[in-house]
Design a protein around this ligand. Sequence first.
Ligand SMILES: NC(=O)c1ccc[n+]([C@@H]2O[C@H](COP(=O)([O-])OP(=O)(O)OC[C@H]3O[C@@H](n4cnc5c(N)ncnc54)[C@H](OP(=O)(O)O)[C@@H]3O)[C@@H](O)[C@H]2O)c1
Length: 333
Amino acid sequence: MRDLPAASGKLEYRTFGKTGLKISKVGFGGWQAGMSAWGHDYTDRDARDAIITAHENGINFFDTAEAYGSGMSEKILGESLKGRDAVIATKLAGYNSSGVEKSIERSIRNLGRTIDLYQVHWVPSFYTNLRKLFRTIENSVKAGKIQHIGVSNFPLGYLEMAQNFMEREEIVSDQVQYSIVHREAEIELLQYCRRNRIELIAWSPLARGELTGRYFNSRMPFTLSRSLNKFTSGRTLSQPLKGYLKEQSVSLGVSIPALAIRYIVSKGILPIPGAKNPLQARQNSEAMDAYIPEETFSGIDSLSMQYATGSLKLLIPRAIPNTLLKIVMSRSI
Ligand SMILES: NC(=O)c1ccc[n+]([C@@H]2O[C@H](COP(=O)([O-])OP(=O)(O)OC[C@H]3O[C@@H](n4cnc5c(N)ncnc54)[C@H](OP(=O)(O)O)[C@@H]3O)[C@@H](O)[C@H]2O)c1
């Protein structure tokens, strides 16, 4: 590996809900690895080095999915973390219900190890037998292929339904879009998860780069992943919010991505920022380093209140035809 910045060693750890796993308060998102839907300004080597840098800076929770680069993200993550102590979460694309066992076997092959957390990526299509799907996944826990079961993009009703389909296991987490500008999960999901010790994992915690400050004065570059973001969010930061983040960043000596990440940690939610290179990985893993007062989070809260209102956004993935999802998620363009 190339020379990388030294670890700061200040990351904090906590228990991941019912699992008893000790995880870092900041995780790592692996969608960027092994595909070019995030642009052409990085290589697989950068992605590998980002993963290793994150791990060497204390991050031990890594997220990926069979859909990312058609398994390439899983492979890169597995290779980079080989022999390292880490919790790996992957996801079932579930384009059809009959292939669950095959998907699990394929993910294990790609990762080179069993799966710590297996998440159902989206609410499956209308035609999927959900009971059968979750029972099959439960059987894989019994077989020792999976340690824990989670879901992703499941609104409250579906989360409860999934839990009811379980015979032996419990749903331990729901991974949803959550950031300063995507706060819908606060409406009911967050309270429910807190009451039931279900972990919320925040995807796109940096709003796909928008909350890093890098694009405050310019347009974000067009990449497939970001065009998807517009599809699922379509919102931009207000001037007062940008101004506040810039001002707090300067006065506290904390980077803007760190503020965005810490805001999520302050809600008891696990952020999994994606990184394309070691520098980004290091900056994100250093988010816990600085002291940030409560008032800063309250300030962000009040300036981003409009993003905490009701929306059907979490239901959108269910409405996207499976074939379109499959093309979008697996294309390397
Ligand atoms: N369950 C789901 O349906 C779902 C959906 C989406 C994502 N996810 C997961 O969540 C993870 C994170 O979400 P995401 O990747 O969509 O978005 P994100 O974490 O909000 O943003 C990632 C992007 O922000 C920029 N960035 C990251 N760190 C930076 C830093 N320190 N300084 C400046 N720029 C930085 C990079 O883009 P540039 O360098 O190009 O600006 C990077 O590609 C994914 O990797 C994936 O594991 C899950």
